[in-house]
Every structure is written in structure tokens, then in C-alpha cells.
Design a protein around this ligand. Structure first.
Ligand code: GLU
Length: 429
């Protein structure tokens, strides 16, 4: 079974289990699981040497009970249909968790964008936009960036979409450059949202009681309950848009970032790292490795460090059966989509507080929603206003899940799925 299939099976199994707990009938469960549409296409792209290459692409529109399909587009060599379907399913849950008027969708292309030239990347992005143009729209399906895609790629797609459809709407895509109707704060939003959720969790006085074993094992240190975050140590895996901004903002809020990594490897310094300086270094050398006064470590070693908070912010399935027993963190903030396999989750859920991806990384889609609202009304807010609204929305989402997890004595992940499914089902006619 490939990783995509595994991810899909686990998302579907959790929906099924939650729906059964909620005593939903079989037909409703089917509607929660089966995607409404799966679009699959071959993208023919002219390479710089004149040859044509074909890449496989998908857009999965999973569920639209709560509103238009919403979700990013990823470019990755290992992307397969099942993975896109799994991620679209998780977007349905995520948008409901975040309290947004959206369903879930996701797009993907099986390609390694790092080996394409800029003009090849542009032609690929335009070709993808051509393929999806007839079934997206501001009230139908609103794509955005995801792994290896960014505002520039979205700008090419918008341009192509406008040429084909003749519609100039600033609400058809989100994650646009600010110059063409993007929102201030969108770039940092996933990292910033993750930080708001982490802070809201740390402020809970009853944090210890939600971890039954912690009383005996001391898994949660009382210092975590203090209102100052200064001594709390964090390791972040991934230094892309999500990991970098999370690390930078957490550092600025007073947390101690002891480890960082990118796809080539990581660095560790027990005295703490300044992510802004590490980014300057990475821009010059291409990697965080060999940064001054720090020890080079592998991505695997980073996950096993003795830290208070572990933040996987890169790809899925990085914590699995193989390394789950070596995890020493007290809190895991899932900023990537699906960084823990099912087996790892089952093994860790009694020992570690796991803030699930559908909540932890929902800051990105929440600010996408704020961008969409601004585009529709033709009036743009200042950055402070956007950040304030993000904070209110994501803390509200966290509180609902926290409440349920405490009252029903279930993990935050199970509670998030329950909250989401109740909301989706209430909108199904
Ligand atoms: N790709 C992001 C996610 O997985 C953002 C999606 C969006 O803004 O629509 O949540």
C-alpha cells in the first residue's frame, strides 16, 4: 500500500468511526466519505529544450455541504490520486473545524518542481489552470497554494483562468500576491495560526488533567503552565513557508527554538536559534546545515529530541511505528498535513498532547477565507485587522474542540472530527 492509500484509508476510517459514534445512518456516512467529483488529467507541458512532457494532475472536490470546495494545489513527485483525495477529505473536516462556510477540495500534480526552470514551472501552472478552469469559480471551488506552490504560481493560474473565462474576480483563487488582491498576512497565516492554538492550549490550567498518565510520569512539566513561554523549548521540522513563519513568530513571542531543519537536514542548539538569522544563512548556502554554533542533526534525530513542543511542519507520515517510541516531546503541533501515521497516533495519544492538523494548520485556510471575503466585497483590511480576525476565529475553533475533548474525555483529534462532522451533517439536506 502506498503512502497516499494509507492516508486515505486512515482519514476515511476516522470519519466512519466518528459518524458511527454519532449514530449517523449508512447513507450519511457514504456522503461524508465519497468525493463528489474526482477530476484526473494529463498535463502536456513544453520543456525548454522543445520536447513535450506529460504530468499527471488531479482536482478532487470532496464535499460541498457547507459551501464551495476549498483547498490548495500541491506539486510533488510522490503525489498520487489517493493522496489528493485524502487531503481533499481532510480539507472538508478542516474547513468545518475552522468554522468556515466551505467544503473541501484539493489539487495536485505529480512533478518535482525543483528541477523545472522558471518558464517550465509557469507553463505547467498555466496548463493546470486550463484543465480546472471549467469547474472552479468563486462560489464553486476556490483553489490556493499548498506544498511547493506559492503566490507567483497562483498569479499565473489566475492570469490563465481570466484569459479562458473572461472573468476578473479576485475571489476565484486565494493565496494571491497582495498586488492582485491577496490578503496581508496570508503568507504567515498557517504559522501564525499554529502559534495562536499552541498559546491557547498552554493557557489551559487543566492541561495536566487531559493527559491521564502525566500525573505519574511527569510528562507535562508544570513550567508549561506558567504564563511566560520563555523556557518552553521547540523543535521545528521543515523550513518552508509554514515552518519558517511558525519558528519566527514563536521566537518573537519568547519561545526557545532549539532545532530547525529543511529537506537536507537539521541543526540543534540548546541555547536557542534565531530563525530570521538562520533564514538569512539558508538563503546564501541553500540549507540550514552548518549554521554557526549549532550541531548538525538529521531530520529523524530532530523528531526524537527531548523538547517540550515538537512541530512537524513538512510532509506527511514522518512519525510512524518506527520512531513513535522514541518521541520525547510533551506536545506535538501538527503543522504539516498528516505527519503522524495511525499507528504512531495510537501509540502516542495517551502520552503526548497532539494538536491535530485539521486544527493546528487551519490558520492558512482561515486567512484564505478572509482573503476571499475581502475580494468579494472589494475592500481590503490592514494586516493588524487580518491577524486579529485570524486570532479570534482560530481560538474559537480551538475552544470548541477543547471543550468537547474534556467533556467527552477524548483526544483533540477525535473531538475535532466530531465537531466537524456535526457541523457538516447539520448542513446536509
Ligand atoms: N493548503 C492549505 C491547507 O492545506 C491552505 C488551503 C487554502 O487556503 O485553501 O490548509
Amino acid at each position: 500500500m502506498n503512502a497516499g492509500q494509507k492516508m486515505l484509508e486512515s482519514a476515511q476510517a476516522l470519519i466512519k468511526k466518528t459518524a458511527q459514534n454519532l449514530k449517523l445512518d449508512e447513507e450519511k456516512i457514504k456522503r461524508l466519505i465519497e468525493p463528489e467529483y474526482i477530476h484526473e488529467f494529463a498535463l502536456e507541458v513544453q520543456m525548454d529544450d522543445g520536447q513535450k512532457k506529460v504530468f499527471k494532475g488531479w482536482r478532487v472536490q470532496h464535499n460541498s455541504a457547507l459551501g464551495p470546495y476549498k483547498g490548495g494545489i500541491r506539486f510533488h513527485p510522490e503525489t498520487v490520486r489517493d493522496e489528493v483525495q485524502a487531503l481533499a477529505t481532510l480539507m472538508t473536516i478542516k474547513c468545518a473545524v475552522a468554522g468556515l462556510p466551505y467544503g473541501g477540495g484539493k489539487g495536485g500534480v505529480a512533478v518535482d518542481p525543483k528541477i523545472l526552470s522558471k518558464s517550465e514551472l509557469e507553463r505547467l501552472s498555466r496548463e493546470y489552470a486550463k484543465k480546472i478552469a471549467n469547474f472552479i469559480g468563486e462560489d464553486i471551488d476556490v483553489p490556493a497554494p499548498d506544498v511547493n506552490t506559492n503566490p507567483q504560481i497562483i498569479a499565473w493560474m489566475i492570469d490563465e483562468y481570466q484569459k479562458i473565462k473572461g472573468i476578473k474576480s479576485p475571489a476565484t483563487f486565494t493565496g494571491k500576491p497582495v498586488s492582485i488582491g491577496g490578503s496581508l498576512g496570508r503568507n504567515e497565516a498557517t504559522g501564525r495560526g499554529g502559534l495562536f492554538v499552541l498559546q491557547a492550549l498552554l493557557e489551559k490550567r487543566d492541561l495536566v488533567s487531559c493527559l491521564p498518565q502525566s500525573k505519574e510520569t511527569g510528562a507535562i512539566d508544570v513550567k508549561l503552565l506558567s504564563s511566560s513561554f520563555q523556557n518552553i523549548t521547540i523543535a521545528v521540522q521543515g523550513f518552508g513557508n509554514v515552518g519558517y513563519y511558525f519558528a519566527k513568530l514563536a521566537y518573537e513571542a519568547g519561545f526557545k527554538i532549539v532545532a530547525l531543519s529543511d529537506s537536507r537536514g537539521g541543526i540543534y542548539n540548546e541555547k536557542g536559534l534565531d530563525p530570521i538569522k538562520v533564514m538569512e544563512f539558508k538563503k546564501k548556502t541553500g540549507t540550514v546545515q552548518d549554521y554557526k554554533n549549532s550541531k548538525n542533526i538529521t531530520n529523524e534525530e530532530l523528531l526524537e529530541l527531548k523538547v517540550d513542543v515538537l512541530v512537524p511542519a513538512a510532509l506527511e507520515n514522518v512519525i510512524s511505528q518506527k520512531n513513535a517510541k522514541n518521541i520525547q516531546a510533551k506536545i506535538i503541533l501538527e503543522l504539516a498535513n498528516g505527519p503522524l501515521t495511525d499507528e504512531a497516533f495510537e501509540f502516542l495519544k495517551e502520552k503526548v498532547i497532539i494538536i491535530p492538523d485539521v486544527l493546528a494548520n487551519s490558520g492558512g485556510v482561515t486567512v484564505s477565507y478572509l482573503e476571499w471575503v475581502q475580494g468579494k466585497q472589494g475592500y481590503w483590511w490592514g494586516e493588524k485587522e487580518v491577524n486579529q480576525k485570524l486570532k479570534e476565529m482560530i481560538v474559537r475553533a480551538f475552544e470548541a474542540i477543547w471543550e468537547k475533548s474534556i467533556t467527552k474525555k477524548m483526544s483533540l483529534k477525535q473531538a475535532a472530527f466530531e465537531v466537524a462532522i456535526e457541523r457538516i451533517v447539520s448542513a446536509m439536506v
